[in-house]
Design a protein around this ligand. Structure first.
Ligand code: MD6
Ligand code: FE
Length: 211
């Protein structure tokens, strides 16, 4: 089969690619699914172990969800705000994640968790590594929706210089292998109004959290 996405693929680093516009054909289903998840497991601002409230609001679907509080970062099978299991991962999420991973060269990606991040103008995500997952051979698939953002992509050490990548509605980043533990973050979101999402950006990050 011809590689239809080749011309919209950008390599950020070994193992890390941007698939520009990959999620666009699915935007309607994705937005409906996000609303359904958030109706069951509302967005919340979690606290870091150091006692700071995160400016980015988060929720999850899948069998486990990433949570943080004064006790630390971990994956939890239940939503701490409701005590109930997280909503199941919608089929349109699973297929998007698996197809994007395959497009980037990672076969058989079966995420068990999708962290949903909601940014409003003025919010940001500080430089971090995603290191709470058990199987580091699995990639992360990250979907950007709504307002544009600047993705900060550093190196293996916190102090390494960071490259900046604009991420817009529909872009998908797939990130694994030698890049899996790269420090990264999102710069302060600028004001704006997206035709479908208004004054916000939503990011979905799919992970294989349990081995
Ligand atoms: C975001 N993304 O784009 C936050 N992590 O809102 C992440 O923290 C992230 O995009 C690991 C891999 C890809 C990502
Ligand atoms: Fe991350």
């Amino acid at each position: 089969m011809p590689d239809l996405f080749a011309e919209r693929r950008e390599t950020m680093a070994a193992g890390a690619v941007l698939l520009r516009g990959f999620a666009l054909p699915r935007e309607t289903a994705l937005l409906a699914a996000i609303e359904a998840v958030a109706a069951e497991a509302p967005f919340r601002h979690m606290m870091t172990p150091g006692g700071y409230t995160m400016s980015v609001a988060m929720t999850t679907c899948g069998s486990v969800g990433w949570v943080t509080d004064r006790k630390g970062y971990r994956y939890s099978p239940t939503d701490p705000t409701t005590g109930r299991p997280w909503p199941p991962m919608p089929i349109c999420f699973q297929s998007l994640a698996a197809e994007a991973a395959a497009e980037a060269g990672y076969r058989d990606f079966q995420p068990d968790s999708c962290l949903i991040n909601r940014y409003e103008p003025g919010t940001k995500l500080s430089l971090h590594q995603d290191q709470d997952e058990l199987d580091m051979s699995q990639p992360i698939v990250s979907v950007s929706l709504g307002l544009p953002a600047t993705f900060l992509f550093g190196g293996a050490k916190r102090g390494d210089p960071t490259a900046k990548y604009p991420l817009v509605h529909g872009d998908v980043a797939v990130w694994g292998g030698p890049s899996r533990l790269t420090f990264h973050g999102v710069a302060t979101l600028k004001d704006g109004n997206h035709p479908l999402l208004g004054e916000k950006r939503i990011n979905l990050t799919f992970r294989r959290a349990l081995g």
